[in-house]
Design a protein around this ligand. Structure first.
Ligand code: ARG
Length: 395
């Protein structure tokens, strides 16, 4: 039997709620401290976690990490065009931050172990464990260790006065923060099943979106979005407002088969209106300001960055090195991009930057600045080796 204090990563959902009596009765800890970390979940979820934590645990903390999430996780991800198989990684990006905040409480409280409610099937267990183990903590994961079923959990909760809020008709597991809303479970687990309209909360169906295109202008400074439609906004406000605008135009739905770290394929549904728009805008701006070589190389860097971010390996030395490269390129990623949102689609309409590597004088049909005759010499040697190879065949 364990003794002493344990700090539990707490969301207020069924799994983490029954962890409290389990840690007490089954594991034998004398003091359970719950920590809920706010990264932009719905306010009601944070309130629920706070109330439940206070009621069920010996001590509870709710930590506001919203600002840090946007500045230290979402912004770097925009700079890296962060996307794993097409998923902007809202859940993945938030996990290391949540874990770091929990470690701080564990240190302050002198806890002997850290507990979480992740199952043994998903990615979150790995993302959390990595941070907790890096900080030197042993981990207790009742859901993973005890192999429990939903039914058993509900009975156990009722026996232990733990309020149960899972509705039978809406059996979805939802994870939400500023960057994305993920919906899993229930009949969605059949990849052939068409997602019903009821799973969406941030986006209207493209078929119900307005019949006129809505235009937005995003302004970037060094790869970071700083203004929306000419209005300078702090990160949280910018993302929230853009989630509204893009969401009402049906932009940002994503239904995909995702390769989890363990190798399992999972059917995932996401909504991420602001992420869809900001990533499209940022990618486009980079094409205006970076060289062809930089773009090609950064593509590889962005991919690797996203893979590490997806796994939650944010303290892998390679991750630091990739960030250093990305930051260097973003020194020139300033300017604005105009986009049109229309019935679920987003399209770049125009872009501009003082640092553009673009010269209309050089490229224009209407200018004689370039002496086109100079291209004849260039063309003489163009594809030389391939032409020599083709000549061999003619011999
Ligand atoms: N598959 C995503 C990830 O691993 C999202 C998981 C979200 N969890 C949930 N219970 N809906 O990052």
């Amino acid at each position: 039997m364990e003794k002493g204090k344990v700090v539990l990563a707490f969301s207020g959902g069924l799994d983490t709620s029954i962890c409290i009596p389990l840690l007490r009765e089954h594991y034998g800890f004398d003091e359970i401290i719950t920590v809920a970390v706010d990264v932009g979940q719905p306010e009601a979820d944070i309130t629920r976690a706070t109330e439940k934590g206070r009621k069920l645990a010996d001590k509870h903390y709710t930590i506001d990490a919203r600002e840090k999430f946007v500045t230290d996780y979402i912004f770097p991800s925009i700079k890296a065009n962060g996307s794993y198989e097409g998923y902007p990684m809202g859940t993945a990006l938030a996990r290391p931050l949540i874990a770091e905040e929990i470690v701080k409480v564990a240190e302050k409280e002198g806890a002997s172990k850290i507990a979480h409610g992740c199952t043994g099937r998903g990615n979150d267990q790995l993302r959390f464990d990595f941070i907790f183990r890096s900080a030197g903590y042993d981990i207790v994961a009742p859901m993973r260790e005890m192999n429990l079923t939903r039914e058993w959990e509900i009975c156990y909760a009722q026996e232990h006065n733990v309020p149960v809020t899972v509705a039978k008709d809406k059996p979805y597991s939802i994870d939400e923060n500023f960057w994305s809303r993920s919906i899993e479970g229930g009949n969605l687990e059949d990849p052939a099943f068409h997602p019903p309209e009821e799973i969406y909360a941030w986006t209207v169906s493209p078929k119900d979106a307005p019949d006129v295109m809505e235009e937005v202008r995003i302004e970037f400074e060094q790869g970071v979005p700083v203004a929306l439609n000419g209005k300078r906004l702090p990160g949280i406000a910018l993302i929230q407002e853009l989630n509204q605008i893009a969401g009402r135009n049906g932009v940002g739905r994503n239904d995909m088969i995702e390769d989890r770290v363990l190798g399992l394929k999972a059917r995932e549904n996401y909504e991420h209106p602001a992420a869809t728009v900001l990533l499209a805008a940022h990618r486009d701006l980079e094409h205006l300001v970076l060289t062809r070589s930089e773009l090609a190389f950064k593509h590889i860097v962005d991919d690797k960055w996203s893979e590490l971010a997806y796994m939650g390996l944010v303290h892998e030395p390679l991750f630091y090195a990739l960030n250093a490269f990305i930051d260097k390129t973003q020194e020139r990623a300033s300017g604005f991009v105009d986009l049109g949102l229309y019935k679920g689609s987003v399209r770049v309409l125009g872009r501009s930057s003082d640092l553009a590597l673009y010269s209309d004088d050089l490229v224009s049909f209407d200018s004689t600045t370039i002496d086109q005759n100079h291209a004849v010499g260039f063309s003489n040697y163009f594809g030389l080796q391939a032409r020599l190879f083709q000549n061999l065949k003619r011999r």
